[in-house]
Write a protein that binds this ligand. Structure first.
Ligand SMILES: Cc1cc2nc3c(=O)[nH]c(=O)nc-3n(C[C@H](O)[C@H](O)[C@H](O)COP(=O)(O)OP(=O)(O)OC[C@H]3O[C@@H](n4cnc5c(N)ncnc54)[C@H](O)[C@@H]3O)c2cc1C
Length: 82
């Protein structure tokens, strides 16, 4: 793949300080555009949950672990109330 200096600069600007894998199973309200609902339950299921950085709908602007942990705590709360 040819990625010129100009393209590399655009990528660098876009990701700033967070270059981690995430977003493989994004959460969202619309089942057509996301894998889980807003608390991490897989759309169309009653007891399949996704916990981790894969539910991030975007990359954010900082390193992801604290956000992943906060989302996990919220998902665990939802599981407890399910
Ligand atoms: C070198 C490095 C440095 C980092 N430094 C920082 C930092 O300073 N600050 C920060 O906030 N973040 C940092 N991160 C990012 C942070 O580690 C990740 O964002 C965080 O670990 C993501 O958590 P997760 O639970 O989504 O994924 P992971 O921690 O990757 O957990 C996924 C788990 O799923 C398991 N798994 C995978 N496939 C399957 C399967 N098929 N069946 C069962 N289990 C499976 C894996 O074994 C793993 O245990 C760093 C990452 C790296 C690689």
């Amino acid at each position: 793949m040819d990625i010129g200096i100009e393209s590399a600069d655009v990528l660098s600007d876009a990701f700033i300080d967070t270059k981690h894998l995430m977003g493989g199973a994004v959460m969202g309200a619309d089942p057509d555009k996301s894998v889980t609902d807003l608390v991490g339950r897989v759309h169309g299921t009653t007891d399949a949950w996704v916990v981790g950085a894969s539910v991030f709908p975007s990359g954010g602007i900082a390193n992801p672990t604290f956000t992943a942990l906060a989302l996990a705590e919220r998902t665990l709360g939802a599981i407890g109330g399910a």
